[in-house]
Design a protein around this ligand. Structure first.
Ligand code: MRU
Length: 358
């Protein structure tokens, strides 16, 4: 089965598989302006930490094209506004600010080298966005192979949210590992939880694994404790949106709960993420901003209201799993083991550390 390509850039526009419509329909959403990109990220047309970073990078290139007829004095401030809007589209996944910062550096470098607003500058930025996309693809391929080594034959794996080719350029993070184990003939099977409120597990992970031929069973989020108590789960693997320097990991809301259960029942709990998801400047999970989303994500399901009008809702999109509940962090540079503060500091100090957020 060919890999899903969730984003493509051609003829000065970004085409995204519209993840809001899956699995009912497979449609594309076209971004012709940077504002279209910011909207696509906010509204979760495109979602998943590395994917939103790559989409924002193309947004920055589109901004350079939109502003190409401005004079040098107006171009800089207009670009700063655009980059800021892209950076702020969603706050938790560090890959987004990492990619926008990388685009800002490319912009500054081109301008310092004497390239003013126009087609050449746009093409430079487009090439940088292409490099980010290629980079994230290569990272997820390597990460998947490192992660595969942790998965025993016949493992029953619990996963949360969606971490495959829709969320990440390439095979994915947690799902990338699982797909690699499946392709290696290990006979693995997956329990995918629904992942309320946006149902990424039910709508996207179940669809993606089924399409790949990986045996998958969909469960309500509340079934995880029963499965772990009954010894039905060999390991849990999830992705991350931001990993702090001490190993605390922010991921889709509900991840923390699974980590506590895994610790209680002695089930290995793995976090899979590229180094671009490590925020070396963030000391611990306490410093991670958690996005809060609108009430309608909880009060409605697929547009149908399931709660009383006017009810008060609390809807954080992410939570933080403390490092103490994580068995290992799988990156493209290898598998990190506790104590994570030391492992992450060593990663930062070794050549190639510039791949991450320093
Ligand atoms: O709100 P989402 O769907 O963008 O959240 C995505 C996740 O939490 C993923 O698990 C995470 O980005 C890591 S894998 C790409």
């Amino acid at each position: 089965m060919s890999q899903i390509i969730a984003m493509e850039y051609a003829e000065d526009r970004l085409r995204l598989v519209d993840q809001r419509r899956l699995p009912g329909s497979y449609e594309f959403f076209e971004c012709r302006t940077y504002r279209d990109c910011a909207f696509a990220i906010k509204d979760m047309v495109v979602r998943g930490a590395p994917a939103i970073g790559a989409a924002a990078a193309y947004g920055a290139a589109l901004a350079a094209s939109e502003f190409s007829s401005l004079g040098a004095a107006e171009f800089g401030p207009a670009m700063r506004v655009a980059l800021d809007e892209l950076r702020r589209a969603r706050p938790t996944a560090v890959n987004l600010s990492w990619a926008v910062d990388r685009m800002a550096c490319a912009l500054d470098k081109a301008i310092a080298g004497g390239t003013g607003p126009g087609r050449t500058l746009y093409e430079r930025l487009k090439a940088e966005a292409d490099a980010i996309l290629a980079d994230e693809t290569a990272r997820s391929e390597r990460l998947s192979e490192h992660g595969n080594a942790l998965i025993p034959d016949g493992a029953a794996i619990l996963t949360h949210c969606n971490t495959g080719s829709l969320a990440v350029p390439g095979p994915g993070t947690a799902l990338g590992m699982i797909k690699a184990a499946h392709r290696a003939g290990k006979g693995v099977s997956v329990y995918a939880d629904e992942t309320r409120p946006r149902l990424q597990g039910a709508r996207l992970t179940a669809w993606e694994l089924d399409r790949e031929g990986v045996p998958v069973t969909l469960i309500a989020d509340s079934v995880a404790a029963t499965l772990m108590r009954d010894g039905k789960i060999g390991l849990v693997v999830v992705g991350a949106d931001r990993i702090a320097a001490n190993g605390d990991a922010a991921n889709k809301i509900g991840t923390f709960m699974l980590s506590v259960l895994a610790a209680r029942y002695g089930v290995p709990f793995y976090v899979a993420a590229p180094v671009s998801t490590i925020d070396f400047a963030c000391p611990s999970g306490d410093a991670i901003e958690i996005e809060e989303r609108t009430a309608d994500e909880v009060t409605t399901i697929e547009g149908v209201r399931v709660a009383p009008d006017g009810i008060h809702v609390y809807n954080p999109a992410f939570d933080v799993t403390p490092a103490e509940y994580i068995t290992a962090i799988v990156t493209e540079r290898g598998v990190l083991r506790p104590p994570f503060a030391e492992a992450i500091a060593a990663l930062r100090a070794t050549p190639g550390a510039g791949e991450g957020v320093l």
